[in-house]
Design a protein around this ligand. Structure first.
Ligand code: NAD
Length: 484
């Protein structure tokens, strides 16, 4: 394979570097299997060089007026939109999603830079008096310090801006480590941050196929003060254990197993509309994806047939082709895992309503699949599917629906369609999840505090909560002077 380097390397202390003795790795297009670019395979040594730069830049960046930090982020927001087509094409090429979805990721991802540009100037603090009336307490919020930001492959742009936006707004410097399957978008975003005026050392970017070595070196170094990780619960647990050594601040956006509940009396057409977005966006490869559908007995068959009809009409193909609804899955392993989940459900007595087969490649394509009457015990209900497979289970009572919805170690997204908006809201209070879509299949927004409970994670990204993850509270106490 003869690929020219896609970039000039890893980005450390404001310089693009391609160290001579480093290995390289190839990023491939999941729709064709073809190589797209060669990149530097960064090492623990590179990670520490990046942390050297981040810690050297920390003091000055923290002291940079919030207004200036905000203006840089705002400029980066604008540049992402100006280069939206190029970025969307890069996302589609390395990750596989359709161009339409890549464009919407660009818009969604850019919003985090605009939102946190606006939050940067509102960090604020407070002053209070002790109850004894003898002392003043001045509370300020300061940047936590250098951060390690780790992102997954499924939203190569938005997962980065959702972390870099609040970190920079708060006055923190960062070392970014994108997933090795989708690092090209990250390189483009860092180029934009550089051009927007981010000073040398404030943002550093490391590509690597050895995340354990890189993470190990950074998490053991006392100069690092925070980790923000988005990825699987299994890797999140490993990293949390490592982070305990330096008692790091941690924000963890982990896996999900979102229930999608359709209550008795719900509008089936509306529920199917929401289900299409919640299940098939990103070919089901979203942590917020509806994993399993719990539908009242009275609506289950109608819902299954309507969802299957809509799913079967989705057009499968390379994300870059006009009219594609469903691109490829990220890898052959993902196709095999989805097929095994379908087979397991069928063996346990589920009914195949549509799909269930792979689509011959090149590329890792799978038919959108709807399974009805899926029994408990099936992998489809208990595991994070991360693909275009929609298992439907039935329930008889609201109490059962609540128990079914919560029967998981996860608690990220969830969805409910009730007979009325009020009924849906009442149900939402019973769901153990950080996010509930009530009469909607889309929950994400830069202004909303994205995140989970239980094994889905710690902390929130977006909203006014998002910047707090990068701030430490300090107070100064002083006596109230008496009149002379
Ligand atoms: P993953 O856990 O395999 O990888 C995530 C990141 O961790 C990547 O950058 C990877 O290189 C790195 N990594 C992997 N092994 C590591 C190790 N041993 N030490 C240090 N770093 C390591 O997850 P993925 O397959 O890239 O993404 C899919 C998962 O991410 C799903 O479980 C999904 O639910 C989750 N996700 C969660 C959110 C959220 O906001 N909660 C958003 C998107 C994806």
């Amino acid at each position: 394979m003869d690929l020219t380097p896609a970039t000039s390397g890893i980005y450390i202390d404001g310089r693009w570097r391609w160290p001579a003795d480093r290995d390289e790795f190839v990023v491939s297009d999941p729709a064709t299997g073809e190589g797209l670019a060669r990149l530097v395979d960064g090492t623990a040594e590179d990670a520490l060089a990046a942390l050297d730069a981040a810690s050297a830049a920390q003091r000055e960046w923290a002291a940079t007026p919030a207004r200036r930090r905000a203006e840089i982020l705002r400029r980066a927001f604008e540049m992402i939109l100006e280069r939206g087509e190029q970025l969307a094409a890069t996302i589609t090429a390395e990750m596989g999603k359709s161009l339409a979805e890549a464009r919407s990721e660009v818009g969604y991802g850019a919003e985090f830079l605009r939102w946190f540009a606006e939050e940067a100037v509102r960090i604020g603090g407070r002053t209070t008096q002790t109850p004894e009336g003898t002392a003043m307490v001045q509370v300020t919020r300061r940047p936590v310090g250098p951060c390690y930001l780790v992102t997954p492959w499924n939203f190569p742009l938005a997962m980065i801006t959702r972390k870099v936006g609040p970190a920079l707004a708060a006055g923190c410097t960062v070392v970014v480590k994108p997933a090795d399957l989708t690092p090209l978008t990250a390189l483009r975003v860092v180029e934009i941050l550089e051009e927007s005026g981010v000073p040398a050392g404030v943002v550093n970017l490391l590509t690597t196929t050895d995340p354990a070595a890189v993470s190990g070196a950074l998490l053991a170094d006392p100069r690092l003060r925070k980790m923000s990780f988005t990825g699987s619960t299994a890797v999140g647990r490993l990293l949390l254990r490592e982070a305990a050594g330096q008692v790091l601040r941690c924000s963890m956006e982990l896996g999900g197993n979102a229930p999608f509940v359709v209550m008795e009396g719900a509008d089936v057409d509306a529920a199917v509309e929401g289900a299409m977005a919640a299940k098939f966006r990103n070919v089901g490869q979203a942590c917020t994806a509806a994993n399993r559908f719990h539908v009242h007995d009275s609506l289950a068959e109608e819902f299954a047939q309507a969802l299957a009809a809509r799913a079967a009409a989705l057009r499968i193909g390379p994300g870059s082709a006009a009219g594609t609804d469903l691109g490829p899955l990220i890898s052959e392993a993902a196709v095999q895992r989805n097929l095994a989940i379908v087979e397991d459900a069928l063996e346990r007595g589920a009914r195949l309503v549509t799909g269930g087969r792979r689509v011959e490649g090149p590329g890792h394509f799978l038919e959108p699949t709807v399974l009805a009457d899926v029994p408990w015990g099936s992998r489809a209900l208990s595991e994070e599917i991360f693909g275009p497979v929609a298992p439907i289970a039935r329930f008889g009572s609201v109490e059962q629906a609540i128990a079914d919805a919560n029967a998981t170690e996860y608690g990220l997204a969830s969805y409910v369609y009730g007979p009325t908006l009020e009924a849906g809201h009442a149900f939402s209070h019973e769901i153990e999840a950080g996010m509930v879509g009530v009469d909607t299949g889309l929950v994400s927004n830069a202004a909303a505090p994205f995140g989970g409970v239980k094994s889905s994670g710690l902390g929130r990204e977006g909203g006014v909560e998002g910047i707090a993850e990068y701030l430490a509270t300090q107070y100064a106490a002083s006596p109230i002077p008496a009149l002379p």
